[in-house]
Design a protein around this ligand. Structure first.
Ligand SMILES: Nc1ncnc2c1ncn2[C@@H]1O[C@H](COP(=O)(O)OP(=O)(O)OP(=O)(O)O)[C@@H](O)[C@H]1O
Ligand SMILES: [Mg+2]
Length: 359
């Protein structure tokens, strides 16, 4: 996202506005939060706290997902970030709900929120801004196109740096400046010093804690500079949840499984996922099933009406061939038959198959 600032230069290189000229007047800062919400009401967490929020939604406020289930510890960490301007890094294995958790907290607070993925293609210029030729009053001029950081800094916006551990070193050093709490941000090319809006907030998500791809799951994860990690005020961890909580999330996402039969099926699915995670820890598997995959498996079961076929398509086929028999055995332990056999899904399609209740 880029926005054009008032500083423009003619294409012949003569500055139309620059260090010698009077800077254009700053627009008044956008208003911040105007109400306080009870944490208990907004997030269903047993807490007497209240948090600042906006009474009105606006363009950049994420859509509320009514089925979202908040993890109490992570929610309180994020709320401390919003309320006390703490920089919060949420770390955890893939598909555990890190990115959506921050967005859903912002959605409940009506706090505008922008998510930037720090993948390998994002450059320093994308973040800070760059000169570009634009047409102004029929003339070509080079104008500074503001990058996402200056744009967000000036506003009551929560900036989420997603996949923080995948950021390139040049990008990470730009972010280091942002991590100073009262840190002002210098746009060197513009000779401008930006002071953050008092309600600007910064969050990040990462799969690793900056030590690189230690477990082989996260190719592209960089080793991070510890002076940087040190600047995050709060590091919250969102790893896999207790089985009943994970099953509740899956049922909330796929309402077709809300009945008794669906409940048993989802419990068995979550049990298979738990076995893959234990197998990964023990070194029997090189991959594991994330909560995101369990949700996808449940959705595919609804589509195909066949839990075993959905399992093959959602997870088994992406496992190493050498390891598929181990994964198939986990399925067998929880469902009582091999995933190769067409299973029947009770009450959810033409082919029903009762999950095994005790395992
Ligand atoms: N607590 C939850 N309640 C409802 N849905 C959830 C919850 N946690 C995760 N999900 C769902 O799981 C999926 C994965 O979530 P998300 O993309 O936020 O994970 P992530 O931790 O950011 O993953 P990655 O590390 O791969 O970026 C989403 O579809 C999300 O809606
Ligand atoms: Mg994510």
């Amino acid at each position: 996202m880029t926005t054009s600032t008032a500083t423009a230069r003619r294409t012949d290189g003569v500055a139309a506005a620059g260090p010698g000229c009077a800077p254009p007047p700053e627009p008044p800062p956008e208003p911040g939060p105007d109400i306080r919400l009870a944490v208990k009401d907004a997030f269903g967490i047993d807490s007497p706290l209240t948090v600042p929020a906006f009474s009105e939604s606006s363009e950049h406020v994420p859509e509320t997902d009514p089925a979202y289930r908040f993890n109490p510890d992570v929610t309180l960490a994020l709320l401390a970030g919003f309320t006390h301007n703490r920089r919060v890094l949420v770390q955890g294995l893939h598909g555990t709900g890190k990115s959506t958790h921050i967005e859903q907290v912002a959605a409940r607070l009506n706090w505008p929120c922008v998510r930037v993925n720090l993948d390998g293609h994002l450059s320093r210029l994308d973040l800070v801004g760059k000169d570009a030729v634009v047409l102004r009053e029929g003339r070509q001029v080079t104008a500074f196109q503001e990058g996402i950081i200056p744009w967000a800094l000036r506003r009551p916006v929560a900036l989420i740096l997603d996949e923080y551990d995948a950021g390139r070193p040049d990008v990470m050093f730009i972010i280091q400046r942002l991590l100073e709490r009262e840190g002002s941000f210098t746009l060197l090319d513009q000779n401008t010093v930006l002071r953050p809006h008092p309600q600007f907030r910064l969050f990040a998500t990462a799969n690793t804690v900056g030590l690189g791809n230690l477990n082989g799951l996260y190719h592209g994860a960089q080793r991070l500079n510890h002076a940087q990690i040190d600047r995050w005020n709060i590091v919250a961890t969102l790893n896999y949840l207790p089985a009943d909580e994970e099953a509740a999330i899956v049922r909330a996402r796929v309402p077709a499984f809300a009945d008794e039969a669906g409940r048993d099926l989802v419990t068995a699915m979550v049990a298979v996922a738990a076995l893959t995670r234990a197998g990964f820890r023990a070194g029997d598997l090189s991959t594991l099933m994330s909560p995101r995959t369990v949700i996808t498996w449940a959705e595919n079961t609804e589509i195909f009406g066949d839990c075993a076929a959905a399992f093959r398509l959602s997870f088994l086929n992406r496992c190493d061939e050498e390891e598929r028999h181990v994964v198939a055995e986990y399925f067998q332990r929880c469902f009582g038959h091999e995933p190769e056999e067409p299973g029947r899904v009770s009450g959810h399609g033409p082919l029903a198959g009762e999950p095994v209740r005790s395992h």
